[in-house]
Design a protein around this ligand. Structure first.
Ligand code: SAM
Length: 290
């Protein structure tokens, strides 16, 4: 029992988020990053990479449902999906709930994250690694998308923040290489930070999307452990109609998918693209700078 110990997240200078630690389940310096997994009385198991909260057993469902079901149900015929990052495999579990998905490729740079997630995050990744549709590639996501001859209907970037190994996944080269790998009408979704505290990150991603994709946008979800309000999820596609898929169509597709959710509904999906003014201003600024 490590009572009294605390882990502080200092992602945003001037603000610290402090988690009391009950037990340290795993701690290591991998080839790529500092990794700690501990238990907290409120959020359950908490994974931090380089001191930044990545995923918790208490609120992972919000993030994983919204990063997977929104692009897949908007697309309507996603057969091949790529996840870049996502080492805890919670996002993969949600993608694989779609029987229509024939193959899920996941490119994760750090094998250690997958290994300990297999052992410690069974609450939300059971069955992923044994699913015959799942293909795990241990590599840098930038190198993979630059070189692969595979094509994808949906690409989801479940990365760390734009520092350390994750920085390259916010670059123009990366977004352009993903564009090359998308099938016609495909869509890229990215974790793009909390605009109230990381506004420039969103502006820059939208600017870079806009240089290559016909439609650059974002949608939002509220994840309690991503401190600072709404989280922005970047959206880029050459099919501008995709993010306007009517609720009635989403309802039919969601009903046909036949799985339960705890956050996602077709109405929440559509509403997520209605951005608060200050976030829409950041998106419009990014579009204008392209
Ligand atoms: N939900 C978290 C968030 O929004 O910050 C992300 C969770 S997931 C643990 C982030 C993953 O991205 C980690 O497993 C990390 O190893 C991986 N990653 C970071 N840089 C990468 C890169 N260049 N290529 C592939 N995976 C990368």
């Amino acid at each position: 029992m490590s009572s009294g110990l605390k882990f502080n997240e200092t992602l945003h200078p001037g603000v610290e988020v402090s988690y009391s630690c009950e037990d340290i389940l795993y701690q290591d310096r991998t080839e790529h990053q500092d990794l700690v997994l501990f238990t907290n009385p409120v959020f359950g198991k908490v994974l931090m990479l380089d001191g930044i909260t990545q995923v918790t057993t208490a609120d992972e469902f919000i993030y994983h449902e919204m990063m997977s079901h929104v692009p897949i149900l908007a697309h309507g015929a996603a057969r091949n999906v790529l996840i870049v990052g996502g080492g805890d495999c919670g996002l993969a579990e949600e993608v694989l709930k779609h029987a229509s998905v024939e193959k899920l490729t996941q490119v994760e740079i750090d094998a250690s994250v997958v290994e300990f997630s297999r052992e410690h995050f069974g609450e939300f990744n059971t069955g992923v690694l044994d699913d015959p549709r799942f293909d795990l590639v241990i590599a840098d996501g930038m190198k993979f998308v630059a070189e692969t001859d595979r094509r994808f209907d949906v690409v989801i970037v479940d990365s760390t923040d734009p520092q350390g190994p994750g920085a390259i996944l916010f670059s123009q080269d990366f977004y352009d290489s993903v564009h090359r790998c998308l099938t016609p009408g495909g869509v890229l979704v990215t974790q793009n930070g909390v605009p109230f505290l990381q506004r420039q990150e969103l502006v820059t991603s939208i600017e870079r999307f806009s240089k290559t994709y016909a439609d650059a946008a974002a949608y939002i979800a509220a994840i309690p452990t991503y401190f600072g309000g709404h989280m922005a999820l970047g959206w880029a596609s050459d099919n501008a109609e995709l993010r306007k898929t009517p609720v009635a169509v989403l309802e039919d597709r969601f009903k046909a998918a036949e799985f339960k959710t705890r956050y996602y509904t077709p109405e929440v999906h559509a509403a997520a693209f209605a951005l608060p003014r200050f976030i829409l201003d950041a998106v419009e600024e990014g579009r204008a700078k392209a």
